[in-house]
Structures are given as C-alpha cells and as structure tokens.
Design a protein around this ligand. Structure first.
Ligand code: SAH
Ligand code: SF4
Length: 361
C-alpha cells in the first residue's frame, strides 16, 4: 500500500501539509478511496445517517459570486415557507425515521427571521424530543441570534468557510463579505455548544491543491465535528459561472477532486461526520454513493415540497428537482443498500468526534 495512506490511517492528523497535497494529487485513487472507506467503517460502522434537508427560503442578502440564489440574480422567484409548512416537513422527516433535519436558507439577518426560526425550533422540540437532531445552516449571525436558536433547540450548525484561504475567499465574494467574520462565527458557534460543521467547495476557478490541503488542516485547527464539502458547480446566472463550459470532462474532474477531498479529510481527521452532498449527484448519477465509498457517512435527502425546489438552485443540474420527498426516501434507501450499507433509522447520528469530546469533559 502507498506508505502515506498507511501512515494517515494509523492515527489522526498524521500527515504534513506536503503529504496532504501528495495524496490529493494521486492519479490512481482506488487505494485512497478504499482506505478512507475502511477507516469510516472502523469509526462508525457500515452505516449511513440521514438528515432531511428543508430549504425553507431562497431570500438572501448576500451576493456570493458562485451562488445561483445570490441577491443579484433577479431571475429567481423568491419564496419563504410558512412556519406550519416547515414544521410539517420536519415532522414528516421524524416520522420517516430520518433522525434529524437541517433547516437551510439564504442569509437573512432580521428580527422577523430570527423569531420565525425560534418558533419553528420550539415546535420541532415538542414532537421530536431530545432524540431528534436539528441542524441549522442559516449563514452568519450575531452571537445573540445563535444563542437564541441554541436555547430554542438547535444543536448543530453548518457554516461552510467556502475557502480557508483568505485571498481565494476574497476573489469569490464582494468586498463586504468577510472571511474573518465567518471564521469568528464558527468560533462563537463552538463556544455556545453547537456541534459545528464547516466545509469548502472544491474545484473553484484558481484554487490549488495547496489551498485544498490548507482547508483540510483548517478543519483540524477549528476542531470541527462535521464536514460538508462539495464540488463547485457553475451556475450560468452568476459572475463566477457564466463563462465556464460544463463539459462531461469538466464534470468528471470536479467529481474526482471532490471524492479525493472526502477521502483525504477522512484519512486526516478519522472520527468526524462527513456528508456525501447532493452536489456530487449533479455530476454523476451515482455521485453520492461514490462519496460514501470514499469515506463519507451522512446523506441529506431533500424533504422540501417539490414546488419550491426549482427556486432553490444554488448551482445547475441540481438533482431531484421534480421528485417528491417520499420518492427521495425510497431512492435513497436503495442507493444506500446497493453499496452494502445500512441506514441509521431514527437516530441522530452524532459524530464520534463530538461524542469523544463530551466524554472528555
Ligand atoms: N446561505 C447559507 C446556506 C445556504 S448556501 C450559507 O451560505 O452559509 C449553502 C452552500 O451552498 C454554501 O455554503 C456553498 O458552499 C454552496 N454553494 C453555493 N453555490 C454553489 C455552487 N455554485 N456550487 C456548489 N456549491 C454551492
Ligand atoms: Fe446567499 Fe449562501 Fe448563496 Fe451566499 S452561498 S448567496 S449566503 S445562499
């Protein structure tokens, strides 16, 4: 076996920066993926945890250059679900045995939205109890807002750093979007007691393997519990995506790089939760299964009502847009079974990393 893979599998954080770059540069990925998969099985078993994804609003005050629902895209029809609808989708996920939900939206910093999320969280707690997991993915907020949501019942938060390299981050965002603030938000979330997740897009224009190795080291430096990474996928109505040609070769390269990031993150971090994100499936019909076989252990089936999905298009080619949630459940079940894994029905599926940390305390 490649000695670097062997070394990484021995114990966590056992690679230098240059060694992480070398693994990301490997041409022959079979050994890398199977070692990462084996390590995942060692830490969590042959089991996949689910989070029902509720995309409750596409309204966003930000203008990230890569994102299809950025404020500047006037072609998008904006929506915001009602409190009853979000609670209904969360209840459905709970009844289906998903074990947890993720509430995601564009970034909205207003008292009306804060109070809305707070009410939804309290209602989810009423039927879900402590055993039902609730993750938020609602962007940058003040400490006070994060605290209110934590007290109302959220216990995980996903905030991708997008790139841990400030210079690259600056090229992907308008000047008033701050890398320092985003990093600070991650610190605040951790201090408040959230299980905290972050991640990046891989394959961004101008991004190097050195940048990606830095991202993996950042996950360790921030002591994250969950990693949600995915390939960058161009969207024609965005400044970053408008001139990129989405050829089959481009899709293939983006997929392989994203899978390598999953595998190397698993080999470096060992015991965190890593998601096989939907964007993988935008590149290949079996992209998410490949993500699981490269070391991921979480999937996020969409549970948003079909009529809204068309308008939550962060990138092009987004799968499952015309499917309903029941169909997604079945499809996912078969996808997981087809690779010999089972689903962690009805369980929150906390990462072994955060369980280890609470045992230390
Ligand atoms: N507004 C929140 C959550 C919704 S966006 C936030 O930004 O944190 C969720 C994620 O979608 C972002 O973190 C980004 O990494 C991803 N995303 C946006 N545009 C994308 C694209 N073109 N390709 C792949 N992922 C994209
Ligand atoms: Fe808004 Fe998030 Fe998209 Fe940025 S990535 S434009 S914050 S929804």
């Amino acid at each position: 076996m490649n000695p670097l893979i062997e070394k990484a599998a021995l114990k966590p954080y056992n690679l230098t920066h240059g060694e992480i770059v070398s693994l990301l540069a490997l041409e022959d990925t079979a050994e890398l993926f199977s070692a990462a998969y084996e390590l995942k099985c060692r830490h969590v078993g042959k089991i996949v945890s689910l989070r029902g994804l509720i995309e409750f609003s596409n309204q966003c005050s930000k203008n990230c250059y890569y994102c299809g629902i950025r404020r500047g895209n006037t072609l998008v029809e904006r929506y915001h679900l009602s409190e009853d609808d979000v609670v209904r989708m969360a209840r459905w996920s709970c009844e289906q045995g998903y074990g947890s939900v993720v509430l995601q939206s564009g970034e909205l910093e207003s008292e009306a939205n804060t109070a809305f999320v707070e009410r939804v969280l309290k209602r989810i707690r009423e039927f879900g109890g402590d055993e039902f997991g609730v993750t938020l993915s609602l962007g940058e907020q003040t400490e006070e807002v994060y605290r209110r949501w934590f007290e109302a019942g959220a216990h995980r938060y996903l905030l991708r750093i997008e790139s841990s390299v400030p210079e690259l981050y600056a090229r992907l965002h308008p000047a008033d979007h701050s890398h320092a603030r985003r990093t600070e938000c991650l610190r605040v979330l951790k201090n408040l007691g959230y299980q905290t997740g972050s991640g990046v897009m891989s394959g961004l224009p101008g991004q190097t393997l050195d940048d990606l190795a830095h991202d993996i080291e950042f996950y360790h430096a921030m002591d994250l519990d969950m990693i949600g990474m995915g390939p960058y996928i161009p969207h024609a109505e965005t400044p970053l995506g408008k001139d990129i040609e989405f050829t089959p070769e481009y899709a293939r390269n983006q997929l392989v790089l994203a899978l390598k990031m999953i595998a190397v993150a698993r080999l470096y971090l060992h015991d965190v939760n890593i998601a096989a994100t939907t964007a993988l499936q935008a590149l290949d019909e079996r992209g998410r299964e490949q993500g699981l076989l490269a070391g991921a252990n979480v999937m996020m089936p969409n549970v948003t009502d079909t009529e809204y999905r068309q308008n939550y298009r962060l990138y092009e080619n987004k799968p499952c847009l015309d499917e309903n949630s029941a169909k997604c459940r079945n499809c996912l079940k078969w996808r997981v079974l087809s690779i010999g894994e089972t689903i962690n029905w009805g369980r929150r599926g906390d990462s072994p990393h955060c369980r280890a940390k609470s045992a230390e305390r």
